[in-house]
Ligand binder design. Structure first.
Ligand code: 13P
Length: 357
């Protein structure tokens, strides 16, 4: 029997985060095409091989999330991806949801599908080398959204997914994403994210999920991408930590998605989330930890990254698209990993970005 609590702890170990390289075939193909690379199964494979074989990646990356296509592919030397990732000292994750579909009765909203036949699929992935699995729900802030129905439907699916994972011997990465799209304020995003996490926590509890054997992957609280509001990293960190107030103390850890933030912005916000000032015992003392005072909650969980675009976008931009020319992409990925590790360890400053460039 696997020790899922130990796997969850390893995923959010100090100074480490998760690399999300699990874009669907359609999304990955669109990103390759936008970078001027022909979007074939072979170029998707070469791109993922470039990422996972980055030298010393395990220094800052605990686990890599793959999509089903990559999970079943082999590196040029014949090694299956899960085995290559394990040999490089990291854990393999698998995205198991089937993407979003319109939610009937809730115009403009979606529910994530993929629960049918999930338990045997999870057991199969576990047998083939997966240590953890991911499911992403998507909520949108707009007039009247997210609706109570969309919140409930998506939270229920996350609860079932997480319980099924733990029964199959996999650590669930529970990802309820409140999109950055829209013109909402930071305060609105904080309020909606709080509500979403409350609903998701209740569903996880209903399904008997062991919180210590899972990792939550939420969005940071941010002003909408079309909003004129500017939020400093400290403001983002404060709003984000407030949005986590309903999470149980026993949760294994929190690994944020990047959600379309610029890479440097995601790193600066992660650094603020891990800043000693925000997490100081004084700020988080029980006396101050009162909703009436509006102070941040006591922080009990590691806060790390599970970034997709904020880690890989510079690597894709730098990669010429061939197996023979991996180094430029790998250097760009290694640089972003190093910046985010610095953020976790309280060593990040924007000047570092200049030194590394
Ligand atoms: P981003 O960091 O690009 O938002 O991706 C994270 C992810 O795993 C989306 O499902």
């Amino acid at each position: 029997m696997r020790d899922l609590t130990a796997i969850a702890a390893a995923l959010v170990a100090p100074g480490q985060g998760i690399l999300a390289a699990d874009e669907s075939i359609a999304t990955m193909s669109a990103r390759l095409a936008a970078a001027g690379i022909e979007p074939t199964a072979s170029s998707r494979l070469s791109y993922r091989e470039m990422l996972v074989t980055t030298p010393a990646l395990a220094d800052g990356i605990s686990g890599i999330i793959l999509c089903g296509e990559t999970f079943g592919q082999r590196l040029d030397n014949g090694t299956p991806f899960p085995a290559a990732i394990r040999r490089a000292g990291m854990l393999t994750g698998i995205k198991v949801d089937a993407g979003t579909r319109p939610l009937a009765g809730c115009p403009g909203e979606t529910v994530t599908e993929g629960l049918d036949g999930l338990p045997p699929r999870l057991r199969d992935f576990a047998r083939r080398g997966a240590a953890f699995a991911k499911w992403r729900a998507v909520l949108r802030i707009g007039p009247g959204t997210p609706s109570a129905m969309a919140l409930r439907a998506n939270a229920q699916a996350l609860g079932r997914f997480a319980a099924d994972c733990q029964h199959a011997g996999l650590v669930p990465i529970v990802e309820p994403e409140v999109l950055m799209d829209g013109s909402h304020s930071l305060a609105q995003c904080e309020a909606v994210t709080s509500l979403v996490l409350l609903e998701v926590t209740a569903a996880l509890q209903d399904y008997g999920v062991a919180f210590e054997a899972m990792v939550l992957k939420p969005n940071m609280a941010l002003p909408g991408a079309e909003s004129a509001e500017q939020a400093s990293p400290d403001q983002v960190a404060e709003a984000t930590i407030a949005s986590l107030a309903s999470l149980p103390a026993t949760l294994g850890g929190v690994a944020f998605l990047s959600g379309g933030q610029r890479p440097e912005q995601a790193t600066a916000n992660l650094a603020a989330l891990n800043s000693p000032a925000l997490n100081s015992p004084a700020l988080n003392s029980p006396a101050l930890n009162s909703p009436a005072l509006g102070t941040p909650p006591l922080l009990l969980w590691p806060l790390t990254f599970s970034f997709g675009r904020a880690l890989v976008a510079p690597a894709l931009a730098a990669w010429p698209g061939t197996r023979a020319a991996q180094r430029a992409g790998q250097r760009a990925l290694a640089r972003r990993v190093a910046m985010n590790v610095a953020a976790l360890q309280g060593r990040y400053a924007s000047e570092l970005e200049l030194d590394a460039a």
